[in-house]
Structures are given as structure tokens and as C-alpha cells.
Ligand binder design. Structure first.
Ligand code: AR6
Length: 182
């Protein structure tokens, strides 16, 4: 992988709601009206105004992304995307890839230069973390290779096990930057 691309990618272990970035990505459901997991954590941290804005959007199809303000979050924006429910079919992987590419494209369109992703679909939606990690990193690198406006992409993993999978997938040059916790 191109060093210029990898220099803009980090892996952190911790709570995505605490990050100081232009946008954090939410692993939402199609209603965009909140739920459990990272979605619940983001709504709790952002406060009720986030739900009020989400109600005006009218939902989001799987693989697409929508943007709102961040309200009480440190992050200025939330990009809500809807991952696939893992089915083991070939259609899962392009849909998960679209979550990353559509979120990044939205960030580019909105002049967002720092963005953090959770492991979309890897909780309640059951996507195997190793396969999802490869899709997340490869899809992101594909966008970054043609783009200069995104300065920093952070993959935030809740568990040590998931964090180690991402760290192992990224090349050695990146590992020195991945030993932080938030
Ligand atoms: N920071 C970072 N990662 C987190 C956090 C956090 N605060 N909390 C959980 N994770 P999930 P999905 C990780 O289930 O699989 C919701 O109800 C978690 O460990 O949040 O896309 C929505 O409303 C896991 O690795 O999202 C949908 O109905 C990852 O975030 C449904 O769940 C994603 O787990 C979406 O399911």
C-alpha cells in the first residue's frame, strides 16, 4: 500500500464518541432513529437534538450515508451509515464497502478532513471482523488514493481482539502509530 495513503490512517482502541474529529461515523439502522451498540452510545453522547434532526431525514438505505450535526459530541458532525446484516451471501461485501466509500464521499463533499469509523456491521449485524476489516481498510485506501482533502481516517475498535485484527492487517509502517487508547 502507498505510504502517503497509510500515513493518513490510524487505528485506535476505545470509545468513538470521545474523539475530536470533524466527523464520527455511526453504524445506524435504516430508520436512523437510534438503537443499541455504537448507535446508542452516539445518541446518548450527542443528546436529544440528534434524534430530532434524524427524524427529518426519513431513513437511509443500506450502504448509503447521511450527515447531521454532532450536537454535544466533540465531533462537529455525525455521518450515519447503514451496514448490511451479515447473511454469508456475496451481496454482503459490496454493501459494506459502500458504507465506507459513501461516508468518505460525503465527508469530501462537506470539506470534512478528519473522520473516525467504528467496525460497521460487526456487532448486532454479525459481520465477521476479519473480513470486515479488510473491506474497511481496502475501501478507504481506494478513496484516499484519489483524494487529498481527507487528512486523517481513524478506525476505532472497542475490543482488544478487534483492535489487534486491524493492527495486524495494516502494514508494519503503520503499527508505530496504532498503540494509543482513547
Ligand atoms: N465506540 C466504538 N465502537 C463501539 C462502541 C463505541 N462507543 N460501541 C460499540 N462499538 P453495533 P452493527 C462497536 O452493534 O453491527 C444498532 O442497534 C461494537 O463492539 O453497534 O452495525 C443500530 O441501531 C462493534 O464492533 O453495529 C442497528 O440496529 C461495532 O461497534 C445495529 O445496531 C458495531 O456494532 C447495527 O449493527
Amino acid at each position: 500500500m502507498d505510504k502517503n495513503i497509510l500515513d493518513r490512517i490510524e487505528v485506535l482502541q476505545g470509545d468513538i464518541t470521545r474523539l475530536d474529529v470533524d466527523a464520527i461515523v455511526n453504524a445506524a439502522n435504516r430508520s436512523l432513529l437510534g438503537g443499541g451498540g455504537v448507535d446508542g452510545a452516539i445518541h446518548r453522547a450527542a443528546g436529544p437534538d440528534l434524534l430530532t434532526e434524524c427524524r427529518t431525514i426519513g431513513g437511509c438505505p443500506t450502504g448509503e450515508a447521511r450527515i447531521t450535526r454532532g450536537y454535544n459530541l466533540i465531533a462537529r458532525h455525525v455521518i450515519h451509515t447503514v451496514g448490511p446484516v451479515y447473511s454469508g451471501k456475496q451481496s454482503d461485501s459490496p454493501l459494506l464497502s459502500q458504507c465506507y466509500t459513501n461516508s468518505l464521499q460525503l465527508a469530501i463533499d462537506q470539506d470534512i478532513s478528519t473522520i473516525a469509523f467504528p467496525a460497521i456491521s460487526c456487532g448486532v449485524y454479525g459481520y465477521p471482523i476479519k473480513a470486515a476489516c479488510k473491506i474497511a481498510v481496502d475501501s478507504t485506501c481506494n478513496i484516499l488514493k484519489d483524494n487529498r482533502s481527507i487528512k486523517r481516517v481513524i478506525f476505532v475498535l472497542f475490543s482488544t481482539e478487534d483492535y489487534n485484527i486491524y493492527r495486524d492487517y495494516l502494514p508494519t509502517s503503520q503499527k508505530k502509530r496504532t498503540d494509543k487508547k482513547v
